[in-house]
Design a protein around this ligand. Sequence first.
Ligand SMILES: O=C(O)CCC(=O)C(=O)O
Length: 269
Amino acid sequence: MAVIPICDETIAAYDADGVALLRGAFLESWISLLREAVEQVMFEPGPLSKNYAEPGRGKFFTDHHMHHGNPLFARFIKESPAVEIAARMLKARRLNYVDEHLLVKEPGTANPTYWHQDQPYYEVAGTQFASFWIPLDPVTAETGAMKFVKGSHLWGKLYRPIRIGLGEVVEQADVLDGLAPDIDAEPGKYDIAMFEMDPGDCLFFNGAVLHGAQPNLSTHTRRRALSLRFAADDVTWQPRSYIPSRPETADLVAGGPLGGDEYPELWTA
Ligand SMILES: O=C(O)CCC(=O)C(=O)O
C-alpha cells in the first residue's frame, strides 16, 4: 500500500511537466533494503554494468535488470508501493514492468548525466512509459540532483541516444529526430526544474521528458539512486535495431502489447 496519498495536483503536474516530486513515498525500511541490494550488486556487478568515470575521478556506476540475480531488487519491485504509485500516476488499467537501472555517483565524480530522454533506449512506443527515480542518499545540486526540461515530453520529438555519462552519440542507434538541443548552452530558453531530495522521496517522470543530472562534486556524500521503469495501457512493443532483442521477447509482436517474461504484467485494474 502507498505510504502517501497521491493527490490530483501531483498527477496534473506529471501530465503538464512530465515530472512530479513525491515526498516521503517510500518508508525507511524500503530504502534500507535498496541500500543493501546496491552494495551486493556493486560487490558483484552484472554483465550490463558500466563505470563512466575516468580512473581516479570518482565512479559513475550503472547496472540494469538486477532483479534477475538479486532477490532484494525482485522484492522491492513486487512488494514496495512502486506498482501502486505508478498505476495511479499513469491512470493505468494495466501495468507492465520494463527495467530497473542503478545509477551510483560516488563523491568526486565529475561526470554529469547528459540531457536525454529514456524512451529511445527502450523497445517501447506510446505515451505511458514512465520511471521512478529513487535516491538512497540526500541529493543536492552539489551531489547529483536531477534536472528536467518541463513540458518537453509534449514536444513530439524522440532524440538520438547518447552515452548518458559521457555525452557521446551512440553511433549504432537510429538518428530519430537528431540530437537533443544543447540545453546548457541556452538555459534561459527552457523551463528547467532541479530537484533536491531526501531518501524516501521519489521523482516520477515520463519517458519522453528531457532530463539529466549534476555531477557529484562533494568530497564525502555518495549519490546512490534507483530508476524503475513501467509501461501502462497505450505502450506497445517497438523493436529497435540497435537494441539486441533477447530470447524473452520471442512472443512479442511489433505494435502489439507488452507482456511475457521480458515485460511481466504486475497489475490490472
Ligand atoms: O541518476 C542519474 O544520474 C540519471 C538518471 C536517469 O537519467 C534516468 O533514470 O533516466
